[in-house]
Design a protein around this ligand. Structure first.
Ligand code: GRF
Length: 193
């Protein structure tokens, strides 16, 4: 079995990244985490990736100013250097250009903390509570140029409980995220998504 070479793009904590790294340790997992890219130098996830023995690249966005595509080309170059087959966004707080998305069409996935198409964008947990939904959750989806809108690969529902705060709900959803991201990546690699 040739394992697909996966890169994870992060900007922060990296708990979904760690869930993918853990899952990929299983000998029968069809992908290896070959690279972690961060646009933020002090992202906690970057240190965790290094501790886990994963190759890392820092591509800061600041030097590129408003030239989003130039930043995306630098990320793309890092991915090419590491012979990456597939890219997972995991708390990567940059909107990618249509150019980058088309380069990785069908090989670029994201995790979002809501049951898409509900609650696209930021602050999903507070907005779910404000809307009074009884069921919330997490979604892994293919990335398309429109934000949080690509075909769904996996979802898990999470109950909203009485007394929930955005923080308590986020923590419950995060556990679901850590379950579905490895499953979704496996599906994509095995051509089932
Ligand atoms: C997760 O809730 C993810 O769904 C969202 O950003 C958060 C990242 O958390 N896109 P982590 O860095 O994976 O811990």
């Amino acid at each position: 079995m040739t394992r697909k070479r996966v890169a994870i793009l992060i900007s922060g904590r990296g708990s979904n990244m760690m869930a993918l790294i853990e899952a990929a340790k299983a000998p029968d997992y069809p992908a290896e985490i070959a690279l972690v890219v961060s646009n933020v130098p002090d992202a906690a996830g970057l240190a965790h990736a290094r501790d886990a023995g994963i190759a890392t690249e820092l591509v800061e966005h600041k030097p590129f100013g408003n030239d989003r595509e130039a930043f995306d080309r630098a990320v793309h170059a890092a991915l090419a250097t590491h012979r990456i087959d597939l890219v997972c966004l995991a708390g990567f707080l940059r909107i990618l250009t249509p150019w980058f998305v088309s380069q990785w069409n069908g090989r670029l996935v994201n995790i979002h903390p809501s049951l898409l198409p509900a609650f696209k964008g930021l602050d999903t947990h507070a907005r779910a509570l404000a809307a009074g939904v009884k069921t919330h959750g997490a979604t892994v989806h293919f990335v398309v140029p429109e934000l949080d809108s690509g075909p769904v690969i996996a979802q898990e529902m999470v109950p909203v409980l009485p007394g929930d705060t955005p923080e308590s709900l986020a923590a419950r959803v995060l556990q679901a995220e850590h379950r579905i991201y490895p499953l979704a990546l496996k599906r994509v690699v095995e051509g089932e998504a």
